[in-house]
Design a protein around this ligand. Structure first.
Ligand SMILES: [Fe+2]
Length: 180
């Protein structure tokens, strides 16, 4: 989002100023999410050190490389489509499902479920789900009357989802192997 914010300088373009304001606010929201994510991991028995030293396998890390590449090279609408439409939207969807099932862990002695350890999950399942819809409206304005930009933004969103799917499939595969 910071890379996309750096591109938001052509103030005469439709939706540009609003996209800039929105990115700044969204980045501010993410400030807390780092700590909430750590709390979630701690609740499930991971240390901050383990998190910091994690090295995702290539299939899981590919989405990160895609996002760096797209946000570095592409235009503003494409960057927002890849990051905030594809990734934030899909994250909203899966966190809703995981949040529903989180109570199943309450009886586990090795897991701590409380307000703090589910804050990240709760925020993404309940509060942050307006971000993708807002992103969609911003992209529509940024690409207004420009079919070429529209096609690029759509492609970026589709690619983002495909890379995210790759990461989640890999995560699932590792999880299954761990239980085998
Ligand atoms: Fe977040």
């Amino acid at each position: 989002m910071a890379m996309n914010l750096a591109k938001a300088t052509d103030f005469h373009l439709p939706g540009l100023t609003d996209a800039r304001t929105w990115l700044i606010q969204n980045i501010k929201v993410e400030e807390r999410h780092l700590f909430w994510y750590q709390d979630w991991a701690l609740g499930f028995g991971l240390s901050v050190d383990q998190l910091n030293q994690s090295c995702p396998p290539p299939a899981m890390d590919a989405v990160n490389h895609f996002l760096w590449s797209t946000n570095y090279r592409s235009g503003l609408a494409e960057g927002i489509a890849a990051t905030n439409l594809a990734i934030e939207w899909a994250t909203s969807d899966w966190t809703v499902q995981v949040y529903k099932g989180i109570n199943n862990y309450r009886n586990r002695t090795d897991v701590v479920i409380n307000t703090q350890t589910v804050a990240w999950l709760r925020a993404h399942a309940l509060y942050d789900d307006v971000h993708p819809y807002e992103a969609k409206e911003l992209i529509k304005r940024l690409c207004h009357d420009n079919p070429q930009l529209q096609a690029k933004a759509l492609h970026a969103a589709e690619q983002g989802l495909a890379y995210y799917e790759l990461a989640l499939d890999e995560c699932y595969k590792i999880q299954l192997a761990g239980h085998a």
